[in-house]
Design a protein. Structure first.
Length: 146
């Protein structure tokens, strides 16, 4: 079984570039108004649907839960090496758990977290903006090489 997520995008080519890097996988289907990624780990059927307009982030956020802090840092380093700005949060209390994570933002403002859950907590720190993502401008550094 695979989970399916379909999101509306306004910049299909930029979104394909973003998700190819984030998923570390090419789309299995790409048309002028559509792209589909099929991932085995995690099991995900993820589609991009081109629209004239998208109004903000229609979901709270998306994410990948990994097994260790080392995996979080591996993904963070991989994406930073590809030119992404990654907002890091280490040893934060979120969703009634202590977590290490980082965030990246797609071209339409959807935020993705890669996180490792260290352990559960009973109470949330009300000062923290847990999983209340603040959309930030996507920063992709470009190389003049190749």
């Amino acid at each position: 079984m695979k989970m399916h997520v379909g999101i509306n995008v306004t910049q299909l080519n930029k979104s394909i570039e973003f998700y190819t890097k984030v998923f570390h996988s090419e789309p299995v289907k790409a048309k002028s108004d559509y792209a589909k990624f099929l991932l085995d780990d995690p099991g995900l059927n993820f589609t991009l649907n081109l629209k004239d307009e998208v109004s903000g982030n229609q979901v709270g956020h998306f994410g990948f839960q990994v097994e260790t802090l080392e995996e979080v840092l591996q993904h963070k380093n991989r994406l930073e090496n590809l030119g992404f700005f990654a907002r890091e949060e280490i040893d934060v209390t979120c969703c009634y758990a202590t977590q290490d994570k980082f965030w990246v933002t797609d071209p339409d403002g959807n935020e993705w977290e890669f996180f490792y859950t260290k352990g559960d907590v009973e109470d949330l720190d009300t000062i923290t903006s847990c999983c209340n993502t603040q959309p930030t401008e996507l920063e992709i550094k470009t190389n003049s090489c190749c």
